[in-house]
Every structure is written in C-alpha cells, then in structure tokens.
Design a protein around this ligand. Structure first.
Ligand code: FE2
Length: 418
C-alpha cells in the first residue's frame, strides 16, 4: 500500500523521507527557562526512591519504547546480521513491492524489542543524507504512548521542535496516530499511538511469515538507550528531558566516577515516571587523551545514540549464543575476575563462566546486575550494544566503568584515536 493512498498529511513525508533534514548548525532544541516551581524534577541525586518515582509527573504518558529505527546502507544485509547473529525475527517489510518508492524497511522483533532497518533507494533523500553524514546508526527512538497528539502537544508546548505534526494512518488492520519531535543531533522521538491497530507493525507494512533464518538469543526488552552529546551539552539535554519530556534525574556520574588515566566522560540518567524509559546522556570530559565520547562525536559527526542496552533474564545463555553467532564483545583482564567476589559478594553465577564469556558484575544496595558490551557494530566506532541482566539492582554498572573504559581505550588506541 502506498502511503499516499491512505490519507497521509504532507508533513508525514518527513518521517517517510520525502523532505530534507535540517541544515547543519540549526539547533533541534529551543532552550527553555525552567520555572523554579518545576525544578524539583532536576534534583541531582544518586537514586530516586521508589515513592519519588511513583509520584513523578509523567505528562507524556509513555508506556515504553515502541521501536528503534536505524538508517543503514544495506537493510537487506543488515537484517541478516540482526537475525542470524543477534537473534531477531523478520516480522514485517515495506518497500517497492508494497508500493514504497524511496526506501525499504525491515521490521525485526525479539521479545518486546522492535528494530526497524531502513535503507534509501535513491541518493537524494534524507535517509541517504543521514547515512552519508553519520554512517549506519539510529535515527528514531520511537515511544509508545496512549495519546500521540497529547504527547506531541505537551512536548512542543514545552519547547520541543516538531518534525511531524500529529497524523493518522490506516490500512485494513486499523489506524495508528503518530507525531514526532527532534532530540539531540539528527535523532528524533516518534510518538506512536496504536490502540486501534492490529496489524504486524504499522499501516503500509506487510507482515512476514515465520522467520526460519532467525536464531533467537533470549533478548527481552530495551533497558536503556544512551545518547552522546557535545562538550558542555549534557545539562542542556538533561533539562530538555526534565522540562520538555517530564523525566526525572535517576542517577548521575561525574568525571571522578568515569575516568581512567587517559580519558573521561560525564553521564546523567534520565527516566520517565513509570521507569520504563531510561535515557542516559554522556558528554566528554577533559582527560590526558581523547575521550571515547569525542571519538564517537568525530566519527558520527555530532551527537547521536551511543548504545542500546538489551535485557535478558539469562545472560549466560544469551551471551554464549551471541558469541557462537559471531558477536564480538569487549574483554576485561583476568585481574577483574580475581577481585570480583571481594567487590560484589556472593552471586549466583559461577565466576569462571562469567570470565569465559567476559560478563561484568556490579552490586548496589538493592541487588546486583550483570552486563557486557559489544564492540561497535559498524566500521565507524559509533553504535554498540549492551546486554544486561538485572537481579534487583537498578544501577548502570558504576563499579565496572574503570575496567570497561580501559578496555575501550585499548581499542581506541588500536584505531589510532587515543
Ligand atoms: Fe548502558
């Protein structure tokens, strides 16, 4: 089905790639002065209590992540990687065969995680321009909402820049309401309201039968999505998520937490009211050598999504499958595991197993968590994935930062970027 046949307003063409992206140097964010009465949202505290989280205003009524769309140079081949190596199943498709002329999109699903891989079919559309500038990477962190118009209206009223006014699209399976706002770099949030839709993904996409290529790895849902922003821009984006999106500060880390002998970064984690959407934001900090965030900004040509954390409830199984299927992970030295239990106390998993796979562990006062990071999944040192299993802990692995960043720096050095 062609989008043009289902009553799509012209501005939807931005999302569909018919219009151009903003010129370089144009800010996506109109700074907003936060009235003192609203500043309670931006209290800088290490962790919000459960009660504080429950009572946080969630003006946009976000239910969680709806999908993450990547713009890639060759979606057919990328989908093979995400199915055969990462374990996703192809569930829907839109392209020339379904009446779309300028791009093709493959929709992949595993657990509740939905990735859309979109590739341009022409050299002069915004998908092609995005890839030319940024390489393969994330364009859209779409959010599932009860009311797309309300979310867009609230966000734009509070200062977000609109990239898509609310619109409704429909096919024989029902209708979906969508709207979108700009965030850091060339990245956007699309608000998706799908309570009246029963198709495979969105109107215009054709469902695919069972995927016989897919090799599932036990990935369940998106735990968090991390953005890298420029020098001294972290607090501006923290304010954006607080004042525009109604998020609260969940955790923060300064360069004392996240520095090695050579490089440093600062990070704050913003979360929505129900805690289902968590967006850490990183900025580079001064160090003796180039920060990993600077390396990202250089190769991505500006701010963008740095990593996506995907949750498993059996990380030993998930990581062992992923490794067998060709996913490469960062490794930390043996000394990390020799000192592990002294730091974390008793854990359920055998340390030898964790070391064999390279899984890291961190504990806080609520429990512990296990995590591991892939190497970048493109030739540019930009986007990578984290695999995470939480056992009570709501932390982001502060105790692992030093070991981890030393591992990243070893690789940065090998690329000649340290
Ligand atoms: Fe993470």
């Amino acid at each position: 089905m062609q989008w043009g046949n289902v009553g799509v307003p012209p501005k939807l063409s931005y999302l569909l790639g018919l219009s151009k992206k903003l010129p370089e140097g144009i800010s996506f964010f109109r700074p907003v002065e936060i009235p003192a009465t609203q500043r309670s949202n931006t209290r800088f505290m290490t962790t919000l209590t459960h009660h504080e989280q429950q009572t946080t205003q969630d003006a946009l009524q976000l239910n969680g992540t709806d999908y993450i769309e990547f713009y890639v140079g060759n979606a057919r081949q990328a989908s093979y990687f995400y199915r055969m190596a990462m374990g996703f199943s192809l569930i829907a498709y839109a392209g020339p065969e379904t009446g779309r002329r300028d791009r093709a999109s493959y929709v992949l699903q595993q657990g509740k995680i939905r990735f859309v891989l979109t590739t341009p079919l022409k050299p002069d559309n915004e998908v092609a321009e995005h890839i030319h500038l940024h390489g393969d990477g994330v364009r859209d962190v779409a959010l599932w909402v009860d009311d797309a118009r309300l979310a867009w209206k609230e966000a734009t009223r509070r200062g977000a820049r609109s990239v898509q006014e609310p619109c409704e699209i429909a096919d024989e399976h029902g209708s979906v309401k969508m709207a979108a706002i700009a965030i850091y770099g060339d990245t956007i949030h699309t608000f998706v309201e799908r309570k009246n839709y029963h198709g495979a993904f969105l109107p215009g996409y054709k469902a695919r039968a069972e995927d016989t290529l897919a090799r599932p790895t036990g990935l369940l849902y998106v735990d968090h999505v991390v953005g890298n922003v420029g020098w001294n821009e972290m607090n501006r984006w923290v304010d954006f998520y607080a004042s525009v999106m109604g998020f609260s500060l969940y955790q923060h880390f300064d360069d004392k937490d996240i520095s090695t002998e050579y490089s440093a970064l600062m990070s704050k984690v913003m979360a929505n009211g129900n805690g289902r959407v968590k967006f850490p934001l990183n900025e580079p900090a001064e160090g003796r050598r180039k920060s990993q965030i600077e390396e990202y900004l250089e190769f991505h040509h500006g701010p963008g999504v740095q990593h996506i954390a995907l949750a498993s409830n059996d990380i030993l199984h998930t990581v062992s499958r992923l490794q067998k299927q060709g996913i490469e992970f960062l490794r930390v030295p043996h000394s990390y595991y020799a000192a592990l239990q002294a730091r974390t106390g008793r854990i359920d998993e055998p340390v030898e197993e964790l070391e064999k796979l390279g899984i890291l562990v961190d504990r806080d006062d609520e429990g512990y968590m296990l995590q591991i990071f892939t190497r970048p999944v493109e030739d540019r040192p930009t986007l990578f994935f984290e695999i995470i299993q939480r056992k009570g802990s709501r932390s982001f692995g502060k105790g692992n930062f030093k070991a981890l960043f030393e591992a990243i720096e070893r690789e940065q050095g090998e690329r000649g970027n340290l």
